[in-house]
Design a protein around this ligand. Sequence first.
Ligand SMILES: Cc1cc2nc3c(=O)[nH]c(=O)nc-3n(C[C@H](O)[C@H](O)[C@H](O)COP(=O)(O)OP(=O)(O)OC[C@H]3O[C@@H](n4cnc5c(N)ncnc54)[C@H](O)[C@@H]3O)c2cc1C
Length: 322
Amino acid sequence: MRVGGQAELLLEPTSPEEFQQAYKTCLERGIAPYILGGGANLLVADGVLPGVVIGTERLRRLFRPGAGGESEEESLAQMPGEFDMALPSGSMVQDDPARDPRLVVWAGCTLPALLRAARDLGYSGLEGLVGVPGSLGGGVAMNAGGRWGDMWDVVESVRVLDADGEFKDVARADCTPTYRNGGLGEEWVVGAVLKFEPKPRLLIQEAMSDYLRTKNKVQPVTEWSAGCIYKNPPAEDADGRSAGELVEQSGAKELSCGDAAVSERHGNFIVNRGKARAADVFELMQTVRTHVLDATGVELEYEVKRWMGDTGEMGAGASRPT
Ligand SMILES: Cc1cc2nc3c(=O)[nH]c(=O)nc-3n(C[C@H](O)[C@H](O)[C@H](O)COP(=O)(O)OP(=O)(O)OC[C@H]3O[C@@H](n4cnc5c(N)ncnc54)[C@H](O)[C@@H]3O)c2cc1C
């Protein structure tokens, strides 16, 4: 969105162990930190956000099991430990259908980098996430996806930091991800083991290009946004209409607040035309929601996460000075 203020304190761990250390240090001091991925689905208050933000941007690594010479089980089990970097970005690898089609991915690996790596290896399953920004951690937490598939379609297990800051491995069978919710609650993604289907690279690329073309036609991909603002309501509550259709039908597509405006291209996107503040975006989100409720009787739920600091306000005046 390119709105919002600064973190009072920002920690950027470079390994799972540092992530754990940062998180435990916060817990010991009675601080519940914010966990930041790519920030692609976030609205952060203007001014200074009090407290600690732990950003995963430097936890970018991605591994193939067994690439370091150890047995596959060992390398999967030691996810936060030392591995050989298996896949430099842009590397050319041969399709090999016999290869174990799994990847071990740390939380901060970007979704575009992950999709490129999977394509280059001939691993199919995440093509539907083409054009979705953000990180593996955010994607798993939000169960990012759309009409062509969701993040959790390929998750075999997730390594999390639990409420006490201990590493815990959670198998797919023990999780209940739902629409735009990985269902992990207050557990933070350190990394995940992803399992793909082997497929020729060309077919994977073709699917990605098709999906991207379709998305580019209907979404404001070149403007500053946070993706879809509202979740699509259950079909039975809205006669099968999507959140974007409800916004359009309620006449709210013309609305704006300061430099924040409902996208002309897609009713479920709010774009920053240049100098919008978080407070403008949030006000517009609330106004559009009220419009939709009045016009259609459907109460939209926010998909975008909101970090408002201590006071629950989006304006700069709400933040505690440092
Ligand atoms: C142009 C555009 C298009 C988009 N299209 C789509 C789409 O098609 N489908 C879709 O689902 N989304 C879409 N999005 C939204 C966004 O890309 C996804 O929700 C993405 O998964 C967010 O990841 P992130 O790393 O940026 O998370 P952030 O925005 O940083 O965080 C989002 C939430 O995830 C939590 N989180 C972040 N990292 C972790 C972690 N390691 N462990 C636990 N929780 C964590 C945060 O605390 C926060 O609550 C779009 C966004 C944009 C800007």
